[in-house]
Design a protein around this ligand. Structure first.
Ligand SMILES: O=C(O)CC1=CCC(=O)O1
Length: 269
């Protein structure tokens, strides 16, 4: 466990597991979740990797500076995590806003990312009005007031309302409203269509057939900006398929790790 200090002094909670000289996979999670959102898939990944995870600013055990935040700050936080751990040539797995951060970091620091997985994400998510409404709802009703609507977007019909959903709902409701609204503002201000269309790295897009936040066509539109990208649809899941169908999700990651030769890539720093 390491505290990383980002450029503006915000403390980012990060974890690194596995040997320092192994090929790195770095995970960035979604709005309203913590690094624990990846727990179920980690034991299902191939051995011989270094796994790095971190909590977004305003989320989990990271600092909650006063918002609104910018995408530039979120990307700088990920950059600081990579710098502290000496990461180069990583495989970056970004879920939702985590996938936006992956796009931004790949443009800003191409030496840090050799391939990425854009999971349930897009170059642009929603529009200004939608995020303004979301922020207003959180300010008025708190996290608990918004959680039912969010859970319906997060999960497909097989998972929604099951006992397995309870810890995820609790994770969402434990998020700081200030941190959550801060990240909403960063998403609202982001449109990566132009920079992402200039990227030339191995890319896997993952979508959930019942995703109410980033539907499959939106994910596909983004990964299609990058020539040679792959796209996979997981059926009967929503926005957080790493939790709903960890076996299927981990199998997709494992195949992409094999396709990209990442286990043989080493850590070049
Ligand atoms: O809450 C949602 O709508 C889902 C979501 C959008 C961006 C993100 O990170 O999560």
């Amino acid at each position: 466990m390491t505290d990383v200090i980002s450029r503006d002094g915000t403390r980012i909670h990060a974890q690194s597991e596995g040997p320092d000289d192994s090929p790195v996979i770095i995970f960035a999670n979604s709005l309203g979740s913590t690094l624990a959102v990846w727990d179920a898939i980690l034991p299902l990944l191939p051995e011989g990797l270094r796994i790095i995870r971190f909590d977004l600013r305003g989320h989990g055990r990271s600092d909650v500076p006063e918002g609104p935040y910018t995408m530039g700050q979120l990307v700088s936080d990920a950059e600081a995590v990579c710098e502290v751990f000496g990461v180069r040539d990583a495989l970056f797995i970004g879920l939702s806003v985590g996938g936006m951060i992956a796009q931004g970091l790949a443009v800003k620091r191409p030496e840090m990312i050799r391939a990425f997985v854009l999971s349930n994400t897009a170059a642009k998510i929603g529009n200004q009005g939608m995020w303004t409404d979301r922020i207003a709802m959180i300010r008025e009703q708190g996290m608990a007031g918004a959680s039912d609507a969010v859970m319906q977007r997060w999960f497909g019909r097989d998972f929604y309302g099951t006992p397995a959903m309870a810890p995820l709902k609790a994770m969402f409701e434990a998020t700081s409203p200030e941190g959550y609204c801060g990240v909403c503002a960063a998403i609202a201000g982001t449109d990566f269509y132009t920079p992402t269309s200039g990227l030339r790295i191995p890319t896997l897009g993952i979508a959930g057939s019942e995703d109410g936040s980033t539907p499959p066509d939106l994910v596909r539109e983004t990964v299609d900006l990058i020539p040679g990208s792959q796209f996979a649809l997981i059926r009967r899941v929503g926005h957080i398929p790493c939790v709903e169908k960890p076996d299927e999700y981990a199998a997709l990651l494992s195949r992409f790790i094999a396709d990209t030769g990442h286990l043989n890539a080493g850590q070049t720093s």
